[in-house]
Write a protein that binds this ligand. Structure first.
Ligand code: N01
Length: 531
């Protein structure tokens, strides 16, 4: 059994920065346990065609190191998965992290020993560790949601979930392919699969808004600007509600005359990306303001898609714009103008089963060679619950969260002392550009651990009352927006049958959340208990 100061689970953006912070800034002993055979987390697993980041590259990176900012160079406005994976490998080498990352090592169990205030951790490959701190860096979207559709084992073709994509890739040439799911992932993958498949059938349950990315190679001028103005960009990211590198306008959509508003939407549509959502401050809080944006996008869909019945199906959207995470695409709607692409409305005629030859809905059987499940994730809680963690009084996390997650600030869970969750439920995380949200969490946790070391404290935990009070804040923040209006959203856990429906992320904004976390520290770690 190896004795350490900290065990960190996962080597994506979070785990790597947490390792660096504890080991290199505080001089502690720490190891990262990583189930995959390489670093990168989400970007190690999600290798589906078209996988790319919806945040702009110059903001989708660590900002804690000036050296990394200066040495790394992105090639495109939105980086593709291989480029992000190269970036994370570059960081692992640059910070000499590899010697403390155990690859191919899946944690199988962790148990808190109340007598010593330490965690006892076991791995599937028989290693054991004893550590004061257990820090989960498992990501919010890393536990695949595979729908249980009758007959999948009879299917004679091949099938894949986008979040567990084969490293060698998949050849769609000459194949009849079916994609289930039109969330951010499906919308990225569909145009790329359509370009090589013989035929692509998209099975759509809920139509979705999507914003054009307008991806392009970065110009030398922009690359120079991003390096020279890194501090300014970081400052904007710190103030932006969602951690992006642009400002959110302070105007209401309703105070602008319609022709002016349409021109402004058109301009943002042409610019591409999430800036569209930032055009008016009330797009996510006022149903009326939201409808102006929603209507604009529905009209765009109808203009782009040539076959009126297909356009109608794609634009028949039942929720406010951006109340589900809005996808950002490269030629998604245009793809439906191809002769080799068809759209099936499984809201009207649901999938009945999978047969040996393909997918059968209540109306028709669709012969397929390959099925792609772009069906998302058991978000935020799935990967944590799977860890088999036992806290105080022998209570497991699965038992504790049976009615939904409870955390304090998304950072700690009542009954799980000395355990921190990077971007856990109750944090703004998934509503944000992830790297700045991750940096804030890692830096907060590192400060808390340093505080304990400086004061000679052994144990930090949060009482139930802190968890209850924070969940009330999470609910209030969500209810001040249109986000809970979508009943089939993964933010609520509604995409996983049987999952308790609790609004999971903190919707009060990253900048406000950062202030709350800072006040908590200034107020002598209000809501935490040390001993
Ligand atoms: O998953 P989703 P995702 N039968 O849950 C459908 C992030 N991300 O992987 O809406 C039929 O959004 C489901 O239908 P419905 C981003 O935060 C980031 O696309 O439940 N259909 C939906 O259409 C995103 O939000 C990037 O009716 C079924 C789709 O599958 C999050 O990941 C890139 C079904 C699932 O959509 C998740 O996106 C990509 C069933 N049984 C993703 N079950 C970046 O830019 C589900 N569906 C970094």
């Amino acid at each position: 059994m190896q004795t350490l100061d900290a065990i960190i689970i996962g080597s994506g953006f979070s785990g790597m920065y947490q390792l660096y912070s504890l080991r290199d800034k505080l001089g502690m002993t720490a190891k990262v346990l990583e189930a995959g055979s390489g670093v990168g987390g989400t970007w190690f697993w999600n290798r589906y065609p078209g996988a790319r980041c919806d945040s702009e590259s110059h903001t989708y990176m660590y900002y804690f190191s000036k050296e990394i900012i200066q040495e790394w160079e992105w090639s495109e406005r939105y980086p593709q998965q291989p480029e992000i994976l190269r970036y994370l490998n570059f960081v692992a080498d640059k910070l000499k992290l590899r010697s403390d990352i155990e690859l191919d090592t899946r944690m199988s169990q962790a148990h808190f020993d109340e007598a010593t205030n330490r965690w006892h951790v076991k791995t599937e490959n028989g290693k054991e560790y004893n550590a004061q701190y257990l820090i989960t860096a498992v990501g919010c979207l890393s536990s695949a949601n595979m729908p249980k559709i009758k007959g999948l084992s009879d299917f004679k073709g091949k099938w894949y979930h986008t979040g567990q994509w084969p490293h060698e890739g998949v050849d769609f040439k000459g194949k009849r392919v079916g994609v289930i799911g039109t969330g951010s992932t499906g919308i990225q993958a569909i145009p790329v699969i359509a370009a090589s498949a013989a035929h692509l059938t998209v099975f759509q349950r809920t139509p979705n808004y999507s914003l054009p990315a307008r991806n392009a190679p970065l110009t030398p001028e922009f690359k120079k600007y991003a390096k020279e103005h890194a501090d300014d960009i970081r400052k904007i990211m710190t103030t932006n509600t969602n951690g992006h590198g642009f400002y959110i306008e302070d105007k209401s959509a309703l105070e602008v005359p319609e022709d002016e508003r349409l021109k402004a939407y058109e301009k943002k549509w042409e610019q591409g990306g999430f800036q569209f959502r930032a055009l008016y401050r009330d797009i996510l809080t006022s149903a009326e303001a939201n409808e102006t944006a929603a209507q604009f996008i529905r009209n765009k869909i109808k203009q782009i898609v040539k076959k009126p019945e297909v356009a109608e199906l794609l634009a028949d959207i039942d929720h406010p714009f951006a109340a589900k995470r809005p996808p950002v695409d490269s030629h998604y709607f245009e793809t439906y103008n191809r002769d080799n692409v068809s759209l099936v409305d499984i809201r009207k005629a649901p999938i009945e089963c999978i047969t040996a030859n393909g997918i059968k809905t209540t109306e028709h059987e669709y012969p397929l060679d390959i099925i792609v499940f772009a069906t998302g994730f058991d978000a935020m809680t799935g990967s944590l619950v799977k860890l088999d963690v036992t806290g105080r009084n022998g209570r497991t996390l699965r038992e504790y969260w049976h009615a939904g997650p409870r955390t304090y600030l998304g950072l700690q869970i009542p009954g799980f002392p000395n355990m921190f969750t990077i971007t856990g439920p109750g944090s703004p995380s998934v509503l944000c550009n992830m790297p700045p949200a991750i940096e804030q969490h890692v830096e907060w946790i590192t400060r808390c651990i340093k505080h304990m070391r400086d004061k000679g404290l052994d144990c930090v935990e949060v009482p139930e009352s802190s968890g209850d009070a924070w969940q009330a804040e999470v609910d209030a923040a969500a209810n001040a927006t249109l986000l809970p209006k979508v009943k089939h959203s993964w933010y609520l856990g509604a995409n996983v049958p049987g999952k308790p429906q609790v609004f999971m992320p903190y919707a009060g904004g990253l900048s406000h959340y950062r202030d709350i976390c800072e006040e908590v520290i200034q107020d002598n770690y209000r809501g935490f208990e040390f001993h």
